[in-house]
Design a binder for this molecule. Sequence first.
Ligand code: LLP
Length: 416
Amino acid sequence: MSMFTRENGALLAEAVPVAEIAQHYGTPTFVYSRAALEQALDEYHSALEGCAHLVCYAVKANSNLAVLDVLARRGAGFDIVSGGELERVLAAGGDPAKIVFSGVGKTPDEMRRALDLGIRCFNVESAAELEVLNTVAGECGKTAPVSIRVNPDVDAKTHPYISTGLKENKFGVDMGQAVDVYRQAKALAHIDIVGVDCHIGSQLTEISPFIDALHRLLSLIDSLANEGIVIRHLDLGGGLGVTYRDEQPPSVAEYLSAIRAEVGDRNLELMFEPGRSIAANAGILVCKVQYLKQTPGNDFALVDAAMNDFIRPALYQAWVDIQPVHQRNDGIDATWDVVGPVCETADFLGKDRGMNLAEGDLLAVAGAGAYGFVMSSNYNTRTRAAEVMVDGDRHFAVRERETLADLLRGEHRLPD
Ligand code: LLP
């Protein structure tokens, strides 16, 4: 159930009118629903009931402290890809023992910090990384819990920029080399093999690529067992798609029950790293129409949010729904390109959107809870948006709008 609904034509975030949030915090502003986040995580937990599992929310999707806090309180673990994300999880009250550390380029410093905190697992992506981790763990007097991220070479059938499980991608260890890397791991004094993992891509709308990957992982687990290498957990990564327009991804329940059926009664803890399916539809981006500009070539609604705030349309040609916060019928009815003030033709949030608009209207960009604020930049010296979380009839600033002083901090002119 969406937590963004309409009452008398006005958009609400849970019980709070979105217009009230815009009035209070200004625009552009990301608005998140606590209930939507909790509901999405709960779907994972209930579909995994009765089997040993850990759901590690992929922090990269939305790393706001309040988002992490809400999910941590609800029992989530976390999938991180940097020392920065590690510190965020800690600051939000997350439990280090529920953290998995993914990423192809972990530095020795990041490894050291994660070892000191006692994270659950390092998802190691290469033989070279394994050697460095072993050395660092030895220096710290620790043993590093390790899963090898394998690249199962399956086609996730998603946008090429967010497909990660093909042979030619930089991620994971080639399936053909995986057994060798596990043998290497077994021989290292400061490495403890605990699992196997993969992540094949994002915004998947079919179950079959997940099942293909799972089969490959299960047969790897069998080969390892023959060598006396026992795998205790299987982490299938994230990637489940959401509906932005008319996509029909499987539900969390369908996806997980298909996986559970394949795993059967094997003695494996199941782990997942969902990002988008937890956060995407828990957030909107609210912006304001500054100018309506009708030209012989196009009708433009110029809004105060831009590609620096929400880059998915520009970067992946992603389609996201855009709706007026208040519907009217006395404005200009046209088919608008919704564009921002940034000096790039790619600076659009949506194209060819039929809406009745007047200058000053508020628009809500849907599906902005994942890969929204986290991918924003200061391009064109634009301050980044505010973030607000709604909880029932209350709203909280969970990130203040950046100021120009924030932007200039740390920059210096040359001495005279
Ligand atoms: N685990 C790993 C190792 C990942 O690399 C990712 C996402 C996830 C989990 C979470 O995947 P999700 O459940 O969110 O699909 N910026 C792009 C998406 C990039 C995803 C990168 N990896 C976008 O806006 O579509």
